[in-house]
Design a protein around this ligand. Sequence first.
Ligand code: TZP
Ligand code: MG
Length: 232
Amino acid sequence: VSPLGFGIYAVTDPNLCRPDLIGSVREAIEGGAGAIQLRDKTATAAELYRLAEALRRLTSDLGALLVVNDRIDVALAVAADGVHVGQGDIPARLARGNWPRPRLLGVSAATEALARVAELDGADYVGAGPVFETATKQTGRSPLGPEGLRRIVDAVRIPVVGIGGITIGNVATVAGTGAAAAAVIAGLFADPAGPRAAAAQLQQAFRLNAPDSGAGRRRPGPGRARLAGGSP
Ligand code: TZP
Ligand code: MG
């Protein structure tokens, strides 16, 4: 089983995790998020390092994975579990060379072709999005929708993490694509119920609707037939 088959992958945001980023992340993990990505496009390396250090302590204590976005130097400095690079960051192949397994390398890829390249470059998982409309990041691309996400899932052998506009209202359809996890920012950290309750609800809905999850195996046949729209 991939360490990424964790359901909910919480991604931090300096605005949406205010006023207490560490406390917000703690709640998300306690609610059931299995992995945390530190993502902050505005922080200096020194600021990012300080946050990463605090999150390293927290995730180690609570048994969650820590992934650092963009910055392999910061990821190395705090011995993160993973680093996540996009198409505008240092090349995935170079990151892989400096970040041997079992450390995790995630690569953003919004098309099947880019996902295949990421896999060849040595990615452990692909992040694919935006799945739905999102106000958190200006991507300049139209949403993939669950169908587009499923095409990426089917294009590679490595796990795919869906991202973008995922909330409790649509996470089941993300799980149904065969994606290994749902990466969530606003749906966790801007949910009025708070990150703990939001994570718990997202996690439960993901697990129940993931075709390969333990929940799915315990509910064979009929559960899948319903998800696939087949006969009961
Ligand atoms: N990459 C594609 S969409 C996105 C990123 C980082 C933002 C996801 O944020 P939200 O709030 O979960 O839509
Ligand atoms: Mg990046």
